[in-house]
Design a protein around this ligand. Sequence first.
Ligand SMILES: Nc1nc2c(ncn2[C@@H]2O[C@H](COP(=O)(O)OP(=O)(O)OP(=O)(O)O)[C@@H](O)[C@H]2O)c(=O)[nH]1
Length: 313
Amino acid sequence: MTEPEAAGQQHRSGFACFVGRPNAGKSTLTNALVGSKIAIASSKPQTTRHAIRGIVHRPDAQLILIDTPGLHKPRTLLGERLNDVVRATWSEVDVIGVCLPADQRIGPGDTYLVKEIAELPKRPTLVGIATKADLVSKQRMAEHLVRIAALEEELGISWAEIVPVSATAGDQLDVLADVLSGLLPAGPPLYPDGEITDEPEETLVAELIREAALEGVRDELPHSITVMIDEMGLREGRAKDKPLLDVYASMVVERDSQKGIVIGHRGARLREIGTAARKQIEALLGTPVFLDLKVKVVKEWQRDAKQLNRLGF
Ligand SMILES: Nc1nc2c(ncn2[C@@H]2O[C@H](COP(=O)(O)OP(=O)(O)OP(=O)(O)O)[C@@H](O)[C@H]2O)c(=O)[nH]1
């Protein structure tokens, strides 16, 4: 008998994702719940085809957090496909946590998202999460919670719970984890303990490079950049205690002008991106890294179905 069974509780397991406007605090919250340790396993998820961001292991529950890209007004084929992925993910999780930052008024961006969720044919359980609690007074938080509650009637949804939380201060994280776990179906753990994320290493590395490339230039390159890992592997002939990981990657942009932005004056930007990405990859994988970064222009890759398939979308 496992511990929770002995205590008369049922073990629960399932999937959740966080949604919210950009900067709502979704990533920070995910990291705070999962913890800083990122273990990479090569096994593919059996129960979902979506990217797993992290797994919260508890004696009484296993909460699997799924990553979704943001929902955008689609202007390109890629935009449409991403939105389809988002909706498919939303329909398959058990719980959606809607992140509504307490330091911002609830606005059209938030209601648009919640309306989209309200219109799903199969709607998961919803939890309202008032993020960034540390940034506001008690009184402002109270008003915010009232506004969140009012969305039920305005948009025709219902919250299973509304939870204020601060990911950075660590306040109420345990309450949120309890609430989310409690809403999962009864079932055994779906992943072995210790397995935190099961994205293939190459996907994570590509994501880190993309993050570094977008740092500071988000407005100039929205969605127009993708990263391909051309080759990745431990360098041969190195002493066991001195491994070096070689990563050859290409950043793919749509236009020559974007290539210029990524490369920067005399290659300064490209060097910055390389250094930032290399540090992140080293931190993630715990191995010194040699990173070779190229920039390629693939004209209009976002509109071209063949290119999209080649780039893995
Ligand atoms: N003070 C405070 N800041 C927070 C908290 N959570 C997130 N932030 C900050 O808010 C900013 C956005 O946080 P993210 O976690 O990146 O937000 P996100 O929703 O994942 O953003 P996108 O990836 O753009 O959708 C970052 O600067 C965080 O440091 C919090 O609980 N308190």
